[in-house]
Design a binder for this molecule. Sequence first.
Ligand code: SF4
Ligand code: SF4
Length: 111
Amino acid sequence: MNTHGMLIDYRYCTGCHACEVSCLNEKELPEGEWGIKVNEIGPVKIDGHWMWDFVPVPSDRCDCCIERLEKGVKPPCELHCLGKCLEVLSIEDITKRLKENPTSKLSVFIP
Ligand code: SF4
Ligand code: SF4
């Protein structure tokens, strides 16, 4: 049973792609594969305002870096995230954070 998951707060993603690159380095994935991919939505004009969203999405290659966690080391995607919007947490802590922030743009990935 999975004990950890990734909590992603889309409000603060800058689209820097540091998560993608640091994961590729860590996992040494072949070309065309990724552990997390930053998707771009937009630019689109809504009610006169330009919107451009960045949406990081983990893939089935993401294991939440459990081996690193067991050594007390955070995953590289989390360490390099400029927006501080990725966190790998225990399921209990994720549940707590979701209850504390019911209306924010939070998403959960559990491998
Ligand atoms: S937790 Fe590890 S495997 Fe998952 S996206 Fe981050 S660096 Fe990649
Ligand atoms: S490292 Fe963080 S801020 Fe940069 S693209 Fe990934 S999730 Fe967004």
